[in-house]
Design a protein around this ligand. Structure first.
Ligand code: GDP
Ligand code: MG
Length: 579
């Protein structure tokens, strides 16, 4: 066995290898997780491209002097296995077994070429099985994710044959493997028959070979001797139409096989001679290889364009999903602000508690006369025993909590509803059903938020009482009581205009406002109310930010980087430049 070290590709070739390796990385990184229109097709393109780069282009660039790999492909029963056995001169691959079977594809090579095929230089995704094919009894037990290597002296070094599965197998994994193996070929030895040569499946693949610039030779097999000329002419014209007029055509007549099940030598004479000449002539072999290699490189651009477009669409779709959630929670924050300032909170429970609170003469006994008059008006409407300030605080607490909770729930359901109608949204919602509504612990967090905000307000009241007179007044009313009044005023304090609304709610605000002014002075009240509102706004923003983050996280799980498309195009340009 003459083992020569694998020549390291030098200069231009290594630049090309680097560029193609870079492109391969970008293709591998280009995931298309969302089922957008066209994504499935682009994903098939991506897989094919990746396979072609891994199985053919990269191994070929790494070792241009490796043996030529001729993949024998074609329809079921076309005579592929029989042909391979006949070229080799012995049964190395089982013909005509029961179909559909899952069998390892057989790669036949000269013993000197073993080193090129045992490792993962070509077809790195498939395993290797060595030795003679398994007996008929074991049919079906073999592994289609492995290639069976058979070394035979009857083949010349420099050319290996691979008996691929049927391209039209009823088993889809067989069909996929056949396509993958053909994409790994330096040369397609395309076997078709007199009866089947016009079928659609083989022509679909032949068209692809033509588009990708793959070297093709056609074997027209099992031709009735009397029809050879006619069928051959027709096939040749079909090949010409597909841009494959350069493909040599070999005709094999349908005559009885020899006792060993092989074609008689005279039937395959011209084909064997052609293959032998190729194996002997490194230059001719090199031409076939370069033709296929440059065809493969030529065909990359169009496919990269498709993939780049698809990744950009993925990115836009994820951005749109993300934006919907942000917009919904921004609207919810605005909703909370509106609810805080439009008097909504000064109705119902809060108003009733306020009136009861005002009724506690104790709190208001020191208030000046204008305030007292307002107070008397309100007190007149109040019946029953006045409860403490705590009850008003509770009512405010519940009111704010209900407002925040409702706005959060609205944002969640708006987002989920929008997502259901958006590309990719349904997928994310099905992966994360909890995104249909607010977080489970949102009610707890809202309770905490309002409590903390109430603490903020008390803190504001305490800090505002800087000079001794103010401090004394605050102390007289009690920090809690003043704080509750400040909260109340906060909810009616819109753009500096207080008590603008008519009616009881307005009167409520005016009374509270007057009281606070009596304690702090009017400038200070304005700024206190603004600070209190800002404090609540900040806390709500933070909470809603956390709620929206659940959607952002979901989007990020399928996020395609914005520049993925650009990187693919740049990598393809790099390959072009290196050529
Ligand atoms: N008489 C005759 N039989 C053939 C010829 N080629 C293939 N066969 C038979 O046709 C069947 C299918 O052939 P096979 O090589 O397994 O086809 P494959 O599916 O393309 O691998 C087998 O039973 C072969 O013996 C031929 O040229 N002449
Ligand atoms: Mg076969």
């Amino acid at each position: 066995m003459s083992v020569t070290p694998e020549a390291a590709p030098a200069g231009e070739l290594s630049a090309l290898l680097t560029a193609v390796t870079g492109l391969r990385e970008q293709v591998a990184e280009s995931a298309l997780p969302l089922s957008l229109p066209g994504a499935a097709a682009a994903d098939v393109t991506r897989t094919q491209l990746l396979n072609q780069l891994d199985d053919y282009v990269l191994p070929r660039l790494r070792s241009l002097d490796a043996p030529l790999l001729a993949v024998v492909g074609g329809s079921t029963g076309a005579g592929k296995s029989t042909l391979v056995n006949s070229i080799v001169g012995s049964t190395v691959t089982r013909p005509g077994v029961l179909r559909p079977t899952t069998r390892s594809p057989v790669l036949v090579h000269h013993p000197d070429d073993t080193r090129w095929f045992v490792g993962d230089r070509v077809l790195p995704g498939l395993g290797r099985i060595t030795g003679a094919p398994a007996g008929a009894g074991q049919a079906g037990l073999e592994d289609i994710s492995a290639v069976r290597l058979v070394a035979v002296d009857s083949l010349l070094p420099g050319l290996a044959l691979l008996d691929a599965p049927d391209i039209d197998s009823v088993v889809s994994s067989n069909r996929d493997l056949a396509a993958q193996l053909l994409a790994a070929a330096d040369l397609w030895l395309f076997v078709t028959t007199a009866a089947r040569y016009a079928d659609a499946v083989p022509w679909g693949l032949l068209r692809q070979a033509s588009e990708r610039g793959t070297s093709v030779a056609v074997v027209l097999d099992r031709v009735p001797p009397e029809a050879v000329a006619e069928i051959r002419d027709h096939l040749s014209s079909m090949l010409k139409e597909q841009g494959l007029s350069l493909a040599p055509v070999f005709t094999v007549r349908e005559v009885p096989l020899d006792p060993a099940g092989l074609l008689r030598p005279e039937e395959i004479g011209p084909l064997k001679e052609w293959l032998t000449a190729l194996a002997r002539d490194a230059r001719a072999r090199g031409m076939v290889v370069r033709h296929t290699l440059s065809g493969a490189l030529d065909s990359i651009d169009g496919r990269i364009d498709e993939l780049a477009r698809a990744t950009t669409e993925q990115h836009s779709a994820t951005r749109a999903l993300s934006k919907v959630a942000d917009t919904a929670y921004a609207a919810a924050a605005v909703g909370v602000e509106r609810g805080m300032s439009d008097g909504t909170l000064l109705r119902g429970e809060v108003l009733a508690r306020w009136q009861e609170f005002v009724g506690t003469g104790e709190f208001f006994k020191q208030v000046e006369s204008t305030v007292s008059r307002l107070r008397d008006r309100l007190v007149a409407m109040v019946k029953g025993e006045p409860p403490p300030a705590a009850e008003l605080g509770e009512a405010l607490h519940s009111g704010v909590a209900a407002l925040v909770t409702a706005e959060a729930a609205a944002a969640a359901s708006t987002t989920a509803r929008s997502w259901r109608g958006m590309p990719g949204g349904t997928l994310l919602l099905s992966q994360r059903p909890q995104l249909a509504g607010s977080s489970d612990d949102l009610p707890d967090r809202v309770q905490r938020l309002v409590r903390e905000w109430q603490d903020d307000v008390l803190e504001l009241v305490r800090n505002e009482g800087q000079d001794r007179r103010t401090t004394a007044k605050v102390a007289a009313y009690g920090v809690n009581g003043v704080g509750v009044v400040l909260m109340l005023v906060t909810f009616a304090h819109t753009g500096g205009v207080t008590g603008a609304e008519a009616g009881i709610a307005g009167g409520t605000a005016v009374l509270g406002q007057k009281l606070l002014e009596a304690i702090f002075g009017d400038q200070a009240v304005r700024s206190l109310a603004a600070k209190a509102r800002a404090a609540l706004h900040d806390r709500v923003q933070e909470l809603f930010g956390a709620e929206a983050a659940r959607y952002q996280e979901a989007v990020e799980s399928v996020e395609v980087p914005r520049d993925q498309g650009r990187r693919l195009m740049a990598a393809a340009m790099g390959v072009k430049a290196a050529r």
